[in-house]
Ligand binder design. Sequence first.
Ligand code: NDP
Length: 688
Amino acid sequence: MSQPLQLQSYVGGRFVGARAGAALASAIDGRTVAFAHADELDFGEAVDHARRVGVPALLALDFQQRAARLKALAKFLMERKEQLYAISHHTGATRADSWIDVEGGAGTLFAYASMGSNELPSGNLIHEGPAMALGKKGQFAGTHVLVPRRGVAVHINAFNFPIWGALEKFAPTFLAGMPSIVKPATSTSYLTEAMVRLVVESGLLPEGSLQLVVGSTGDLLDRVDGRDIVTFTGSADTAAKLRVRPNLIANSVPFNAEADSLNCAVLADDVTPDDVEFDLFVKEVAREMTAKAGQKCTAIRRAIVPRKHLAAVTERLKARLAKIVVGDPSLEGVTMGALASRDQQRDVAERVAQLARGNTVLFGADAGFAPRGTGTDQGAFFAPTLLLCERPDMNSAAHDVEAFGPVSTLMPYDEFDEALALAERGRGSLVGTLVTRDPHRAAHAVGRLAALHGRILVLDRDAAGESTGHGSPLPSLKHGGPGRAGGGEELGGIRAVKHYLQRAAVQGSPTMLAAVTGEHVKGAAVHESGVHPFRHAFEDLTVGDSLLTHRRTVTDADIVAFGGISGDFFYMHFDEIAAKASPFGKRIAHGYFVLSAAAGLFVSPAEGPVLANYGLDTLRFVKPVGIGDTIRARLTCKRKIDRNKVGADGRGQGVVAWDVEVTNQDGEVVASYDILTLVAKRTEPAAA
Ligand code: NDP
């Protein structure tokens, strides 16, 4: 990147912006890397394009097809990741920092592709069942559904992770069938722009599903309405300003904020300097101070340690920090790069000055600090800086002031509960770490700290080898915290997708609810033909296809034989006297016998399209089955999911869940469950 780039927004299906605007400087040497554009954007067009073009194009695909697109996009970006690494360097990031952003971003796409494929249905409606009966005769029921909002999501991001920050919000939004307008922080928007250019080049996304705004959002937030969503990552001040925009309030537009947070790590008082956990704590604090030069919303800002070990922690932490080599991240041996901009450097210096009032600087903040290999003073470097707050109960600066850089403050405590009280003074954090060997301390602390933390890492020697670390949000776990941390919630598996869908309760007869949800609902009409449902290929099977089996009377011989085969001689099945004294007052059949007998009743044994039974869901033994009871089963196709998968033989296959109800001679349900099967298709899978 020798010549500065002219950045463009991607709005209305084309790249726009030709006039040079603000110059964006390299964090390493201050040279201009790119120019934002000075051209004003038409946000009416952006919103209209998302709604008119993006929504229908996204909803022409279903959850499963969108998951497949996400996977293809993740692969596409991974194959071109070096193009992004080459630019990322200018944000001040080391290769390891960029890995979090570039591969972490693509990895989040992969993770959402996989969760979408495994957990979401075909179609564009999620049934949050089960339906519940609302009347005595079973003809009126209620349930919940989640559907696409048919609006647009505006994602406003921070400067620190220009790629991951955009993709971790985009992935669940896209899966939900909602178009995104992404607005990165201007200072590092050249990296987001490069990623969006690759996305557009891939041709993998339906037009309108992703638009990019470089620079100001203008009147965009005044154009959204109740169908839309705004998400924000950045400073608490901006979050506070944006969430009270009159238009957002007037239209009840959901606003999800993730703001700065004074995350803590607590070294519990059971750990001694000789324990492995002591060094785990020190290592975690040092890593969180220096990874991405401390510009992580999850970084440890407050390290809370037993007063008796303060000197030992200080010594070991300083020794680790002394080994950090700050400089041009493209040079061999450099372990910490620069802050993202000179503005950020000034901001961190001011915050450190505030923190230093009444506290002691133990390390850094630094006279004589010279970053390696830059040859200029125009970079945005900052030395790792460790402070000590002797009276954290009295001095509130360290609980209030966030220096968004390689800065952390040590705080001593005497009693363990004091440590927890100090942790709570962050007034809501994204993440906290507790290092302890004692499960009782862990249970006590988490019970209290979970109220004010989005995520808690309990670290000990057992977990250390596989720990993903204090600072890493994972696609499968919630990211976001209460209070000061913004009060929002991101990631956390499929629940993030649900943030971009609208939930509605639906009431009606079971047959209507089955039609609405696309799933069999208990009490709904079923279709019985002369053909066993197991004989239908996936395409030919219809939700509601059903079989009522012949009957079977359970005998003493069944129980004895099943006990012999399984080795299960539990008194309830074999001890006449004990069984009499039990709540059932008699010997009863094994629940697993009832399951097995039901399979024998409904199975269609000859070779056919049902390829595998891979498990049961929601199994309940509702009533006991005694000797002389006569059972039968009803098997009904409950749900079909087409994951566009192909078996080893090259034939397409889909997932079918079957509702099974086993009843007795009085028509009472004795067992109820879902069976999960793979069913072969007649044809090859449709292209995603
Ligand atoms: P800001 O809050 O200033 O900016 C965050 C985003 O909001 C940027 O994209 C910014 O765009 C945008 N923005 C700012 N004002 C408006 C507005 N009026 N309307 C619409 N969008 C707006 O935070 P910074 O990124 O500058 O970081 C400042 C501080 O935020 C850090 O020092 C740190 O404390 C905290 N932070 C927290 C993070 C977290 O993940 N929780 C991550 C990064 C920072 P533009 O760049 O164009 O101004």
